[in-house]
Design a protein around this ligand. Structure first.
Ligand SMILES: [Mg+2]
Length: 331
């Protein structure tokens, strides 16, 4: 991810590191969701890493099992964004002081369940006791047998698509923090689940690899991640407010917000959705609809790729404005 910003920050830091990796093809310029090793037999091994800390990416009181599960799933979402299938992982845990036996046994049981669900095998890692909040880093390795999905590749005239639903992750965080209290128990529980246990779109990534022009997973927020695709493709993503897929719970929340436009913006600007955002030629629409039907997963056309840069937002009244928000960054 190359930042145009001259301010020090997360993306400027990554850009500085990318210079070091510029001559390592496997790094993909540090601009994709993972790195790739091309093996001699035609297979590609995709490597992704993610670190989560209690109180930053999850609630302060989250258990090791909850954080580990989310760390695995956010990594798997990166694999999905590249069209790869999970195979192995390494788990590194920094406990805040000596962990109790019960918490460790729950963690082991949770990892076993996640491994079964996602067809993963643990092959290594490290465990230490440190100072500060519970921190878990996962490195996941996966195979890509077909074409590799990349962030680069959007073509002028493409349709822009997104899987599933946007905004639930951020609303779930709001519920967890006690900032959203207007929803009934069903809605609140649903949103919490979406925040704590994102569903990596692995089957979708694999199906999209041969036909999508580019893809990433929405982790920083729809608008911020759309900007990443626009920058990688040297184009502009024109998104339509009215087509952004929202859950019933999100619509219930929207119904009690004073400013609808500001509220929908908030759903598009904030992270933790872990849906796939991708572009594809207009004539792939029928195939994408078939994939949606096969997987039982909504795939929604939310805009198109046009000449220009960045992200434009179109409203139902015909107004178009540049999206200014840059999404979540760590510093
Ligand atoms: Mg990602």
């Amino acid at each position: 991810m190359i930042s145009n910003s001259t301010k020090p920050g997360e993306f400027a830091f990554i850009a500085a590191l990318a210079k070091q990796a510029a001559h390592t093809p496997e790094a993909l310029g540090l601009g994709d969701d993972g790195a790739v090793l091309w093996l001699g037999d035609g297979r590609k091994l995709v490597l992704v890493a993610d670190m989560l800390q209690a109180g930053v990416h999850t609630m302060k009181g989250a258990s090791a099992a909850q954080i580990a599960s989310k760390a695995l799933r956010t990594n798997l979402s990166d694999l999905a964004a590249m069209g790869a299938e999970p195979a192995f992982y390494l788990s590194t845990i920094c406990w805040p002081g000596a962990p109790d036996e019960h918490e460790m046994s729950i963690l082991v049981e949770t990892l076993e369940n996640e491994q079964k669900q996602f067809n993963l095998s643990l092959i290594g890692g490290d465990t230490i006791c440190g100072q500060g909040p519970l921190t878990i880093s996962m490195t996941v390795l996966g195979w890509a047998s077909g074409p590799l999905l990349r962030r680069v590749g959007a073509q002028i005239g493409d349709d822009v698509w997104v899987s599933g639903i946007i905004g639930d992750g951020w609303l779930g965080l709001g519920v967890a923090q006690g900032n959203i209290t207007s929803l009934d128990t069903n809605d609140a529980d649903y949103l919490l689940g979406r925040y704590e246990y994102p569903e990596p779109r692995l089957a979708l990534g694999k199906r999209l690899a041969p036909l999508a022009h580019c893809a990433l997973d929405v982790s920083d927020g729809l608008i911020a991640d759309a900007k990443h695709l626009a920058r990688a493709g040297d184009c502009c993503l024109h998104l339509d407010y009215e087509h952004i897929p929202l859950s019933n719970a999100a619509r219930h929340w929207l119904s009690v917000q004073n400013n609808q436009k500001t509220a929908i913006n908030a759903l598009m600007e904030n992270g933790d959705d872990y849906e796939l955002l991708f572009t594809a030629a207009v004539d792939q629409g029928q195939r994408i609809d078939e994939i949606s039907h096969d997987l039982g997963l909504d795939l929604t056309r939310i805009g198109r790729v046009i000449k220009g840069q960045g992200v434009m937002l179109g409203t139902p009244d015909g107004a178009v404005q540049p999206a200014k928000h840059s999404g979540f960054t760590h510093f």
